[in-house]
Design a protein around this ligand. Sequence first.
Ligand code: XMP
Length: 321
Amino acid sequence: MPLKEITLAEINPTAFIDAKVRELAETVGDGAAVNALSGGVDSNTVTMLGHRALGARLKSYFIDNGFMREGEPDRVVAFFNARGVPVEKVDAREEFFAALRGKADPEEKRQAISEAFYKRVFGRLVARSGARFLLQGTILTDVEETVAGIKRQHNILAQLGIDTQAAYGYKVLEPLVELRKPAVRAVCKALGLPREMYNRPPFPGPALAARVIGEATPERIALVRIATRIVEEELEGTDTFQCLAILHEDQVTGIRDGKREFGRQIEVRCWDSEDTVTAAPTELPFATLKRLAERITREVPGVVSVTYNIASKPPSTVEAV
Ligand code: XMP
């Protein structure tokens, strides 16, 4: 049955929270649930909903897949622990890099990440904790793009015909699946989370692996991680929906210190969007673009070329992979 959207205009965040808390408590009963927290608005919202509904019967895990931004795993865990929501960090970096070894095709990479998450890492955590449910922050846009065959979002399972109970040994609960980003932000705010949490720019589940074209090796992820930090630092305070850096696979001829350098290319993308269904490039001042190029070529080893994406979605998509 197609999902019916609850729009920002329609939603009453407090009533929505009450209904979902009741529903989660009834579904999980006196059992336990495992929660997938990545630090984004959607998963932060689900974590708080689950915590209200289940208290100590909710086990929240932050999976460090090796593709996160600088310092992100510890920052997210500390934020929730400080609010009385216990979160355990799981170091699964080697497992994810092994799953991506030799894979350059975008959909193959997404499939490998999805399997590493759900079959292996969460399969183990659920079995260990005796939980029967996995709680996660899938939203309507994730479902639509995946079902339409545009891009397999890492968190789409049942909607692709995957019986998670049979395949992984647990049921998946998705309390936000009727919402898009603006309505999720309203719920997140009503749950009492601070502005920097409900206003966070989106960040994809496959994280920096979605921002490396070609194989996502630890070395290549490390390069795009530096570029990401620079882009986020330079564009902080800019009125934009989401901005990112992408490491390209093709190399180009550059020159450094008077010598030829066959170097790497970074693409910067910065989007204006309401709900990620459509997006347009932010009209950044040229001086900002030049500053980005100067810093990226100076601070990211081996980068000799920086480009800015000026196409809209569609036909572009927000991430490159
Ligand atoms: P695209 O690249 O499909 O992105 O235009 C639309 C929005 O979704 C985010 N994104 C993802 N989020 N899992 C997620 O949870 C994913 O696999 C995924 N892929 C893209 C992207 O950052 C943008 O906000």
